[in-house]
Design a binder for this molecule. Sequence first.
Ligand code: BGC
Length: 703
Amino acid sequence: MSLNESPGMKAFDFDAIQNGNYALGIDHEKVTRETDAVMAQMSLAQKMNEIRGSQPKPIDGLFYAGGDESLGLAPWKMVDGPRGARAGTATAFPVAIARAASFDADLERRVGLAIGREVAARGGNVLLAPTINLLRHPGWGRAQETYSEDPYHTGVMGLAFVCGAQNHVLTSPKHFALNNLENTRFELSAEIDVRSLNEVYLPHFKRCVVEGGAASVMSAYNKVNGVFCGEQPLLLDEILRGDWGFRGFVESDWFLGTRSTAPSLNAGMDIEMPAAFRYADDKLEDALAAGEITEEVIHRSARRSIYQKIAWQLTADSVAGKPRPDPKVVECKEHVALAREAAEKSIVLLKNEADGLQLAAGVGLSIAVVGDLADFENLGDRGSSMVQPTFVSRPLQAIESAAGGATVEYFDSHVDLSRLAEFDVAIVVAGLTYEDEGEFIPTAQAEVEDSSFAKGGDRARLELPLPQRDLIERAIASAKRVVVVLQGGSAIVVRDWVDRVDGLLMAWYGGQEGGFALARVLFGEVSPSGRLPVSIPRDMDQLMPWDVSSLVIEHDLLPGYRWLDQHQQEVEFPFGFGLGYTTFEIQNLGTTRADDKLLCQVDVRNTGLRRGATVVQLYVSCRDSRVFRVEKELKGFGRVELEAGEVISLEFEVRDADLRFYDAGAGGWELEECRYDFRIGQSSGDLPLTAQWQYRNAQWRQG
Ligand code: BGC
């Protein structure tokens, strides 16, 4: 098949994503010279000071580290986190997994840009984000902070965030690595083989570092193969610096993130956060005296920090050569509008019986809004990723104001719902809160930081809590039509009631504009276009075993849909799935080779009656490999928004590098000679178009 005539819209525009990323323009030769000159003036004591945080408690949201006025070195001022600046008030964006559901890399770049700008405006210079731990199991308490169960998807979104934010501040992708169970995070060991590590659990970190120039990385609390991540040479030295050429610094995760003095420093964990404990003067001096460390390792870690300070032209009040932005940028109109756009694009329509949605606003309609969560500011987790905006839209008020004269009545979770039959439709807002899932903050840390103590932690089960299920059942029993809006940060099992509701939307934790976004989707101002970044099983038993008290967990090549494919499980809603108020057809797949890539083009047509968007997804299956291969892997996606009847040509580039497997025996990547199927469609469960290519005798040919 020949390629379509028109130049395609790119599914992923790498140049546009990199735009303005300060790290990518650094003159490393110059910085090396200048760093050497500064290092030459430094005493051992000054170097020791450079490799640790300054105090356990943040000041106005800023965690300080290093810095020396006499040398003209400003301190690091680190700020959380993945859904907005945790320093004073800030724009609360939808949580990362919600933004991931947009499958819109440019949107994520712009969100990173806005968060970076707000962090800089609050005086920060390092953004402790993005969280890019792969969602190994949807029960992970911090699922909402990360992007997805797929490494390619996580890599694209993480890269986009890093590139956007690094217009203003350094980023710190975290937690390196395999931090994907919360309750036992301070003790557990993630066991993994070298192939799964490189192919599944690290590629997204690699993208952020190699393609995004992430200037720092935060190590994880947990162990990997029995060794704490903050002292794990395989991760910090061999892979991060050796294989990827990382030039930044590694800081520890916070309390209990640095477990030792010598093993940590020797492995390359550069900066102890949030304060001196293992890297306190006496500990360092003892370790030197005992010959466990050398002055050289202190010098090395201090140098990595100072290298980035010079590279980023850091001063007390500027970073990346830019003066601190006016605090007015915080929650400015533009950022709030972006939070709205992200929330709108994140909402996933999972069920729409008889096309009952969109609702026609106006006097003819009566709506019952049901459930306490409809009148609650449900921003998600209250751990380190918590953000405090000045205003949060709630579903109830947003529906009322968008209803255009329709009757809207509110029923909280505790009242009798038998009157629901009087209304045309009942919108039940159900789901989870920070009490059900989130970061688990130990009491000691909560006290030090004055953060409100959150229950959080992992979810042992994926169903809704009983009172929420009971609410849905009571609504089903009385109402003519029930639309359930789910809030939460990951997969929720809906099997016991989903067949008896008319509509189902996954609204995540939608940030401060989430209520307005929901109302706009319900009334058809926008067609929902979110797609699931996590498979929703019918039953938890379809997934890999999950025990939230595990102290050892095995990792392999099969998280998420890889596992489900392998075990031939029919899920409730597959990875990448989502409906809209219009329909799309994908046709005319054409493929050709260009250098070390395969170019795939398809025509995408809006076949419905209104404007809307879809996400075209490309998966690759390797058919006759000599090693185990999973059934398919996502290798490209592009979000396309079209008017009714409009058609556009969409172009994917699949790099040969992305087709390789990691040959543990040979200790490297191999592009294997075999048949590759390039499969395109609108979800992992719906891939109607396939192009076959063979790679034989180092040549590619179609067929
Ligand atoms: C979390 C990190 C966070 C840090 C600082 C830790 O407990 O794991 O993600 O950046 O606290 O707040």
